[in-house]
Design a binder for this molecule. Sequence first.
Ligand SMILES: Nc1ncnc2c1ncn2[C@@H]1O[C@H](COP(=O)(O)OP(=O)(O)OP(=O)(O)O)[C@@H](O)[C@H]1O
Ligand SMILES: [Mg+2]
Length: 742
Amino acid sequence: MYHLKKSLRLSSYNQMLGLLEGPKIVPSYSYFLHQYESRRNRKKTSINLSSLFTPVPIKPNSEDDGVGKELTGGTLNKTDIAKVLNKFYQRAEVKSVAEENGLDGYLQHQVYLGFRKFCIESECLPADLHIVINDVLHNTAHITDILPYYLRHAREMFPHLECMDDLKRISDLTSPPSWYPNARDMKRKIILHAGPTNSGKTYHALERFLSAKSGVYCGPLKLLAAEVYKKANERGTPCDLVTGEERKYALGEDNPASHISCTVEMTSINTPYEVAVIDEIQLVRDPSRGWAWTRALLGLMAEEIHLCGEEAAFDLLSALALMCNEEVEVRKYKRLTELTVEEKALESLENVKAGDCIVCFNKNDIYSVSRALEVKGHEAAVIYGGLPPGTKLAQAQKFNDPEHSCKLLVATDAIGMGLNLSIGRVIFYSLVKPTTNEKGEKEIDIISISQALQIAGRAGRFGTQFEKGYVTTFKSEDLPVLQSLLKQPPEPITKAGLHPTAEQIELYAYHLPHSTLSNLISIFEEICTVDDSLYFMCNMEDFKFLADMIQHVALPLRTRYVFCCAPLNRKMPFVCSMFLKFARQFSRNDGATFLWLCKHLGTPFSTPKSIADLVHLEAVFDVLDLYLWLSTRFPEMFPAVAQVRELQASLDSIIQQGVTQITRLVIADQQTDGDAPEVGYRQRKRDIPMGRGRLTEKLISEGLLTPGMLSQLRKEWSKPGHEEEGHNFLSRQSKRKKKPKH
Ligand SMILES: Nc1ncnc2c1ncn2[C@@H]1O[C@H](COP(=O)(O)OP(=O)(O)OP(=O)(O)O)[C@@H](O)[C@H]1O
Ligand SMILES: [Mg+2]
């Protein structure tokens, strides 16, 4: 019964996501999450490379040229064939020759099954094979004489056996500097501006950028890129803005400016510049995005490259520069304002004062802390990663304005970079944070020294009303941990990230035409050779998740690759379902018109009435971002750019209103729930049907199930005959499992 209900939930969920359209059976969102989990588990143990290769289906032979029969004087009995092959497979010589030919135990078994099926199901065997089996049956040939045919079959089933050397050559990542011949032809000067936060590193690098004839600023966030774009244009240096979603021209579309401010992923490595600035260079070690910093560092065609970041990156940067025959000059900076770690933890929200910023590492804490502050009569600004840029800026402005009644800020570590904030004191609400490591595994751990320094360093920003900064924790037991973290130098940065290019994957696909894109990536990850004294492969789990999701949609490989590079959060089902719809629309060669988009987004939007509504609107905002991201790659298929921008701006203000009233939204939810304000926030309990299980709770708390979906589920449950529907889904699922995935 439990399984039945669970399956029903998944099926309904599926339908709501639009994943099941028509009679076609398409794997569900949960299926992808499950696949991702199992892949992670497989990574934790050891991966069997061979299991990643998809066998090429070989049809039984139906052409009867009669030669075999004619020469041997008759047909072969199927049972006899099976017996011979069984004996053949048991032979030690067969195993060792197969091994010499690249077949490990797993592949041998696959090939044996495939070969036997081929021999038994073929109406008529190819003449040479027919004769050999016939001779073996009549003791006029040795059983191992079948080997050449068996190996021929193996190579047809697993083409990689013949191209492993090519695959290894394609994925040889041992010398990344050589991928950028234009940069190697230049004599580049590299300067590292090293120092703690708030020491003027970016300021000095930007001064050089602004005075140069041409330049590029590569930042870690859209907000930072936008800030530099604004600053440059205000200072009279025309500067264009390039992010994944847009290009803003300072001088007009047909006149690109000689200065560019961009997000690091968008760095052009084919344009010569006098000065390049790569900000927050320590992110070269980021498990997911590190590759973009490595590429910019090695590939930029700039006479001077200014790197800003932690001194801990110096050794790695020098080693990378050495590989490019270059040197790194260091300019060290000291913090411009004093930063003091307090002796006492805050302990109670009674003790907050103007200029305090409470830093939380999850949204639930954000909600409960803001609510608790409101109960105590304080107004608080709220900033977290998922908010649209306009909303973040409006919240920051409110908090920064000394005249405004809002004197407190509740934020996630999204404030660690990019926003200018007048913070007097940073208070760590907790010190643990969920993160994803290089292998794509989720971990909950104490924040790193570097993160602690980065966040704490936001207090007492130079040039703000707070000339000195203070830092403490909320809980007294956390304070010694924080004190110890902040006393240490940041962890050394030892490796730079890499990732496969579209060209490499295209070459892989040429050799392995039957593999899925996600499989190609897995094979690449397994085969590639990386100089692990300097580099690591970035985790590609998000990419593979998206690749699996659109595998069944017919798209050219290059397009598929580009789609899967989209920066979207796979934990947001609504965004994922729209991603799939965009891919389908593309595959039908239908443009995603504004009308089509609005229909799927359910416009017009209204002010959120609950936290769940707010979360949904944030997801819609991300969908619009996704649209714009795709539009910069496929302008003909995603043409409604101006309208989408307009819609996004209006959604940004609706979200702003929602955030301004965030505590009211929490109250609205809590009144229905009867929760005490200090208790961690739980989403929309009122929508949860009677007798809900832990799965539902989990899906809701992780934001995987929205109230709308849940009420739809409730309706379906109350429909007579739903169990039968669940049963159908179960049988569909089991059928699906048997289907090979291509
Ligand atoms: N010499 C200066 N004159 C005027 N303003 C300055 C100067 N140096 C730094 N600032 C200002 O101080 C603030 C902090 O400087 P900056 O952003 O360069 O620090 P940073 O070392 O890059 O910090 P983070 O590590 O947080 O990025 C900025 O608002 C910057 O404009
Ligand atoms: Mg900086």
